[in-house]
Design a protein around this ligand. Structure first.
Ligand code: 5RP
Length: 260
């Protein structure tokens, strides 16, 4: 791997801990004005100092994020569907690599929909993006998107993660599930988990802790941070688990003290 690629990866994944806390606020790319992200710049401002990277779209980046931000940017570069469609898998690449570089991103992110109607299209999108990333030293984060009809079990997620890594993704993002260690063990690229739908704060911390214990290198979490009544307490507590090796019980103590 060349120096630029390594350096960008090291800006996202702390080389001392080999772990990372990504803050995901890209939900609007197919969901529109998601709860908590009506004014994304205001939502993320108090959270950025606790995030190792910020995942978002170019429209939100350009319009709402201060150009002086120190947070490495993971730019979502797939899209083309909306929640109004039954099938969300019909995605294309939505940003050129040139524009991603102009935006000074540290990585690009793309969803793949294994087992969906547009499986081949989304997987070849990933392959093309990896080729482009290789040219310019830009790492690729592959998101194993889950269709409504698909089970979020270790067999399915293990298959999707492995395929994403085989096609060249540098980091794979997926969902936590029963038997998650099988998903991680079968994936030659580092794995991070999405938080999924908003759940109780205590449960979200347990989710993060379990994922780390099972081999994930971190989280790419959105709603369980920005939809919490205590977003700063949540990201700091998740960070305590990921970067400081705290248990979920210790992180919950921290969360409660920060919630006041
Ligand atoms: C959507 C995404 C989101 O970034 C992802 O779902 C993370 O957010 P959350 O923790 O809210 O699930 O990649 O495809």
């Amino acid at each position: 791997m060349d120096w630029g690629m390594q350096n960008r990866l090291a800006s996202i994944i702390n080389p001392k801990t080999n772990r990372c806390v990504m803050l995901a606020v890209d939900h609007g790319y197919f969901q529109g004005p998601t709860t908590g992200l009506e004014r994304p710049g205001e939502t993320v401002a108090p959270l950025l100092e606790y995030a190792d990277a910020l995942m978002l779209t170019r429209g939100v980046l350009r319009n709402t994020i201060d150009t002086g931000t120190r947070a490495p940017i993971i730019l979502r570069v797939s899209g083309g569907t909306s929640v109004l469609k039954e099938d969300l898998s019909d995605e294309e690449l939505s940003v050129s690599m040139e524009d991603a570089i102009r935006l000074n991103v540290s990585a690009v992110a793309i969803s793949v929909f294994v087992g969906s109607e547009h499986e081949k299209q989304t997987l070849t999108n990933l392959s093309r993006l990896c080729d482009e990333g290789q040219k310019y030293g830009i790492p690729v984060l592959a998101v194993t998107a889950v269709g409504k009809a698909m089970a979020r079990d270790a067999r399915y997620l293990g298959l999707a993660c492995r395929i994403a890594a085989e096609l060249g993704a540098h980091i794979v993002k997926t969902y936590y599930c029963e038997g998650f260690e099988k998903v991680v063990n079968g994936c030659p690229a580092p794995v991070v988990i999405a938080g999924g739908k908003k759940i109780e704060e205590r449960d979200a911390l347990t989710l993060a802790h379990n994922a780390l214990s099972d081999g994930a290198i971190g989280v790419d979490m959105g709603r369980n941070i920005f939809q919490s009544q205590w977003p700063v307490a949540m990201i700091r507590s998740v960070r305590a688990i990921v970067q400081d090796g705290r248990t979920d019980a210790e992180a919950w103590d921290l969360a409660q003290s920060l919630m006041g």
